[in-house]
Write a protein that binds this ligand. Structure first.
Ligand code: ZN
Ligand code: ZN
Length: 241
């Protein structure tokens, strides 16, 4: 009867093995798995441009100089096909640790200087695969939690006058050039060629012209589907102020 003994032994070993396996799984704390796989979003800051569709019924965000338009909640798409940002590629959403760094950019990079003063501040939440650098991040997923619009009138500033802004006006995109040192150097997405730029305007300059609407901050918030707030000029600080 050694075959029967062997069979019984085999069954006993199998049952013991199954019980062991069964007792291993629940012994891994469920909280540990959840924490490991759930991404804690990282708060970061970046600068961007807001563009308005020719009909004035759609708004979008773009980078200062490159990349395509993006929605307030977006996942990075790599033209080279990376499923997620990789150190060997340049894809993903770029953002900086704090507004101080993002505001210092214009002093350090001429492309950023030319894109002022029409850029806005974005407070963003980064998640998914996030690569970390000295000054900031490159992320797979980005959600814009607030858009900060400079509260000084742009047309007044062009005449050397400092005046509180009251709303936003859509105007043709000013193409930046090395000669003028002014305007938006963004070429990027060809589908946005006819989209206008938004500028802060004082109560006197906050007027619509045929084909160029004037918007309130809450109207822009509705179009973008996120929070839009005035940003006092000269205020800079860490995220989550
Ligand atoms: Zn890539
Ligand atoms: Zn003005």
């Amino acid at each position: 009867m050694p075959a029967v003994v062997l069979l019984v032994l085999l069954i006993v070993v199998l049952v013991l093995l199954l019980r062991a396996v069964g007792s291993v799984d629940p012994s891994i704390p469920a909280e540990g798995i959840a924490e490991g796989s759930a991404d804690e979003p990282i708060l970061a800051v970046k600068r961007a441009h807001v563009r308005l569709s020719p009909e004035g019924d759609e708004a979008t965000l773009t980078g200062l100089t490159a990349g395509s338009r993006y929605a307030v909640d977006a996942t990075a798409h790599c033209p080279r096909g990376c499923p997620e940002p990789r150190p060997t590629c340049r894809c993903g959403f770029y953002a900086m640790r704090s507004d101080v760094e993002s505001r210092n950019l214009p002093h350090e990079a001429s492309w950023a200087r030319r894109s002022e003063p029409l850029s806005v501040r974005l407070d963003v939440e980064l998640s998914g695969v996030v690569l970390e650098y000295d000054l900031g991040y490159r992320a797979q997923r980005q959600r814009v939690i607030e858009v900060g619009i400079p509260d000084r009138c742009v047309p007044c500033a062009e005449q050397g006058v400092d005046r509180q802004a009251a709303g936003l006006i859509a105007r043709p995109r000013r193409v930046g050039s090395h000669l003028s040192g002014q305007g938006n150097p963004y070429l990027g997405d060809p589908s946005l060629r006819s989209w206008s730029e938004l500028r802060s305007a004082c109560i006197d300059h906050w007027v619509s012209e045929p084909g160029w609407p004037a918007l309130s901050l809450s109207e822009l918030a509705d179009l973008l589907d996120t929070v839009v707030a005035w940003e006092a000029s000269g205020t800079a600080g860490p995220v989550g102020r």
